[in-house]
Structure formats: structure tokens, C-alpha cells
Ligand binder design. Structure first.
Ligand SMILES: [Zn+2]
Length: 99
């Protein structure tokens, strides 16, 4: 029977089912990906870096020394005032560095 070589095709009854399954998986996959969300995510990631840079510069200057803290001019770490061992020419040194 040479018909076997020439007819490996799927029977007409099975094709519609396969097409439906592909459509279903396609739809569910697209719902999870949510094209709209992707666009907003990209927009956010593009906008944030620029805003973060200016914020970080401000934070670096404001955060280090609190009212009850000082920056050791030897190890450049911020310590509590209780750790202040010596102050010379407006420069402060912690107990760890002076001890
Ligand atoms: Zn120190």
C-alpha cells in the first residue's frame, strides 16, 4: 500500500482540536504577560534612574552625620558622640582610632 507514505496527515477530526488548544494556550500566555503592564514597567525603569541619582547625592550629604553623631576623620566612619575620643582643628576622631 503506497497510500501510507502519502497520507501521514492528521485526520480532519483532530485538526480543529489542535487549533483550539493552541488558541487557548496563546490567550492564557498573553494574559500573564500583560502587554500593558510591560510598557509601564519599561517606562518606570527608564524614569527612575535619573531621579534616583539626584536623590542619592542628597542622601549622601544629609544622612551621614546626625545631631548626636560625628564622622571620624581617620576611619571616616560615623560614630555616636559617645565614641568621640578627640577633636582637633574641627576634626573629630573616634575612640577606635585614638585608642
Ligand atoms: Zn575612627
Amino acid at each position: 500500500m503506497s497510500v501510507d507514505y502519502d497520507a501521514p496527515r492528521v485526520t480532519p477530526e483532530e485538526e480543529p482540536n489542535v487549533a483550539l488548544e493552541e488558541l487557548k494556550s496563546d490567550k492564557s500566555g498573553r494574559r500573564e504577560a500583560a502587554p500593558d503592564l510591560d510598557e509601564t514597567d519599561l517606562a518606570d525603569s527608564f524614569e527612575l534612574p535619573g531621579a534616583d541619582l539626584s536623590n542619592e547625592e542628597l542622601l549622601i550629604q544629609v544622612v551621614p552625620v546626625q545631631a548626636d553623631e560625628f564622622t571620624c576623620m581617620s576611619c571616616f566612619l560615623v560614630h555616636h558622640r559617645s565614641q568621640l575620643a578627640r577633636e582637633k582643628d574641627g576634626k573629630k576622631y573616634c575612640k577606635e582610632c585614638e585608642g
